[in-house]
Design a binder for this molecule. Structure first.
Ligand SMILES: N[C@@H](CCC(=O)N[C@@H](CS)C(=O)NCC(=O)O)C(=O)O
Length: 220
């Protein structure tokens, strides 16, 4: 198999990079990571050479270049023989719906609470749009726990693309102290206890880069 290279942004800030990276780690795929720190001259100089959208993440597999985090996750799942999605067709449809909902939605959460993996103790105002996004996330997480809890600790039992998509949301809940129901908080604990996520967090803590416009809720 040709070498797989995942090009990612800053560990601390690049939520879209975290998603396929975490899935690929869970799938046990061998891959190299190339990092382009966001918001730097090096990023601007390099990104157009590797990404048609000038964004990360990008997966390079031989002469194949896959952009868009969700497409990378789907391709990684295929490389792993379909792991990363539930074997059951109905659950697979629901996992894909949950993943797509994250990929295309939750604009208020993403705008108010940028991923800042290493930060804790941040606070932002709870506006109605943010509360609506959070309520929907809570309903999804707790519904999955209720319906699939006996299959395993993740949203659809085993770790899937859906979990990869919500990993940055879990980090946002932690950073900004967002409130969750007890059932949804159980899923949060599973995610925050994940050893692969801990590896990404360690890398984020070692980074010294600070992007001021991504630093929300400090001193609030
Ligand atoms: N829809 C894209 C979003 C990718 C994206 O916005 N990536 C950000 C980093 S998290 C980026 O590359 N930003 C650099 C820029 O816009 O200059 C995906 O799912 O991969």
């Amino acid at each position: 198999m040709a070498a797989l290279t995942l090009i990612v942004g800053s560990h601390n800030y690049s939520s879209w990079s975290l998603r396929p990276w975490l899935l690929m780690r869970h799938l046990g795929l061998e891959f190299e990571v190339r990092q382009l720190q966001l918001d730097t001259p090096a990023f601007d100089a390099e990104i157009a050479r590797v990404s048609p959208t000038r964004r990360v993440p990008v997966l390079v597999h031989g002469d194949l270049v896959v952009w868009e985090s969700l497409a990378i996750c789907e391709y990684a799942s295929e490389l792993a023989g379909g792991r990363g999605l539930p074997a059951d067709a109905r659950l697979r449809a629901l996992a894909r719906a949950a993943a797509a909902e994250m990929h295309s939605g939750f604009g208020a959460l993403r705008a108010a609470c940028p991923m800042n993996a290493r930060a804790t103790g941040r606070r932002v105002p709870m506006t109605p749009p943010l509360a609506r996004d959070l309520a929907r996330i809570d309903a999804l997480w707790s519904g999955c726990r209720r319906d699939q809890g006996e299959l395993g600790p993740w949203l659809f039992g085993e770790f899937s693309i859906a979990d990869a998509m919500y990993a940055p949301v879990a980090l946002r809940v932690r950073t900004y102290g967002l409130p969750l129901s007890s059932l949804a908080a159980r899923y949060l604990d599973t995610m925050l206890g994940d050893p692969h996520l801990a590896e990404w967090l360690d890398a984020a803590r070692r980074e010294t880069q600070v992007i001021p416009h991504e630093e929300a809720g400090a001193g609030a």
